[in-house]
Design a protein around this ligand. Structure first.
Ligand SMILES: C[S@@+](CC[C@H](N)C(=O)[O-])C[C@H]1O[C@@H](n2cnc3c(N)ncnc32)[C@H](O)[C@@H]1O
Length: 414
């Protein structure tokens, strides 16, 4: 398989747009299975390959005009270090593709490196050591000494939530390699995507949900709320947890983005194929950073706020391509505004749940601290999540091989 097509896509997505393609984009690229593997593995590990280029080929790396050629080298590194393709194959493709790009002069300069290349396990710890010095990652490591930053780069786990125990048991009998995630619920498993799961998904019998997101279930207070808001609800993963727990409540599901509300509608329609539907569900576009929603007061409000996504970089590797500390402060202002508006709509005795998929206290405990300072009628209630560690006000789940990283905090309006 030639490196040309995938290298041109690496150049486009990593060097030019700094954007990881989503499923729809990938579909429209019409790639063969091996091309898709080559592209995704290369850009998922792009920061690592970029570090190899910077370290061993600095004289070429610093020339931004060479980004297509550098993309070819990234593919060659991916093929050698991760896919373990033999040197004769990699060098042949390298020579040919560099020739197509009129960069034949580069080939004899890089070939000696490929001839003497060491194992992936030699380079990876050196890369991690280097990236740990970057301010944003260094701050995360200071805050969470237990954070294994390798997990920021690994392939995302595939969590599947079953709505009925019978379907789950039958599936586990047919697919013995799938694994239950019992620390949270008997209904969640780690599996491989398959046509059987797709059929169950279309019938509304399963949802694809990460174990960390499903931990919301453990943070819910033991009350019977009549009115529930999910402010930043799309695409609805956590709304369905709330609706499963409290099908008798009235629900207001809002989001700032109409296109994301369309996905939310599809997701909850699918979910209701097998679940009791609450009698009142209102779905509306709303910007909570502006003002509270004009509706009835609530007994429970979930704010699953927009954030840096540092806990879900495995799904969105481009978060790390454009990483910086200033964005966290901007997010903190937005998160605080959304919480302030949500607080206005909550009844006394009601609960506000603040969640993010961030690992940074700037977007987590600090936002709660600022909120509590200006809302003396609220207090943080301690929660215990089996995947999380207690923080000053909430619980932080760190990413692992099995799940994403998320933060939850439960606040009571006195
Ligand atoms: C972390 S996602 C929510 C995920 C969702 N709760 C789930 O579990 O599927 C954050 C959402 O907040 C929305 N959002 C961003 N700014 C907002 C605002 N000012 N008001 C309301 N929603 C907002 C985004 O469009 C995005 O859908």
């Amino acid at each position: 398989m030639s490196f040309f097509k995938t290298a041109s896509l690496v150049n486009q997505y990593f060097f030019k747009k700094k954007h990881f393609p989503d499923l729809n984009e990938l579909h429209s690229l019409n790639l063969s299975k091996p091309e898709k593997r080559q592209l995704l593995t290369t850009i998922r590990n792009a920061l690592f390959f970029e570090w190899v280029l910077k370290t061993y080929f600095y004289q070429f790396y610093k020339k931004k005009s060479l980004s297509f050629g550098l993309s070819v080298l990234m593919i060659a590194l991916q093929e050698t270090l991760l896919h373990k393709s033999p040197l004769f194959h990699v060098s042949k493709e390298l020579k040919q593709t560099l020739g197509q790009l009129k960069l034949s002069w580069l080939y004899p300069l890089v070939l000696p490196f490929f001839k003497e290349i060491r194992e992936f396990d030699f380079y990876w710890p050196l890369f991690l050591e280097e990236i740990s010095k970057e301010p944003l990652i260094a701050d995360l490591l200071t805050e969470h000494p237990g954070l294994n930053i390798s997990f920021l780069f690994r392939h995302p786990p595939f969590g599947v939530r079953f709505e009925h125990i019978d379907d789950l048991e039958l599936f586990l009998t047919n697919n013995p390699t799938s694994k239950k995630i019992p620390s949270i619920s008997n209904f969640l498993i780690a599996a491989q995507s398959s046509t059987e799961l797709t059929a169950l998904f279309n019938e509304g019998k399963v949802s694809y949900q990460d174990a960390a997101a499903f931990s919301l279930y453990q943070a819910l207070p033991n009350i019977a709320p009549k009115v529930i808001y999910d402010c930043c609800a799309a695409p609805g993963g956590k709304s369905t947890i709330l609706m499963k727990k409290w099908p008798e409540a009235s629900f207001y599901l809002t989001d700032i983005k109409p296109s994301r509300l369309e996905s939310l509608k599809e997701n909850i329609d699918r979910f209701f194929k097998t679940q009791k539907k609450p009698s009142v569900i209102q779905i509306a576009e709303h910007d909570w950073s502006d003002e509270p929603f004009k509706g009835e007061k609530a007994d429970l409000i979930l704010v699953d706020a927009p954030c840096s996504g540092l806990g879900v970089t495995a799904r969105h590797p481009d978060i790390l391509w454009t990483r910086n500390n200033e964005n966290l402060i901007k997010n903190q202002h937005l998160q605080s505004k959304i919480l302030d508006s949500a607080a206005l709509l909550l009844n006394a005795g009601g609960y506000l749940i603040y969640a993010t998929c961030s690992l940074s206290s700037v977007e987590n405990d600090k936002v709660v601290e600022l909120f509590l300072k200006s809302h003396s009628d609220f207090e943080a209630i301690s929660i215990s999540l089996s995947l999380g560690c207690a923080t000053l006000y909430g619980s932080q789940i760190l990413p692992t091989n099995e799940h994403d990283g998320l933060y939850f905090c439960l606040l009571l309006k006195k």
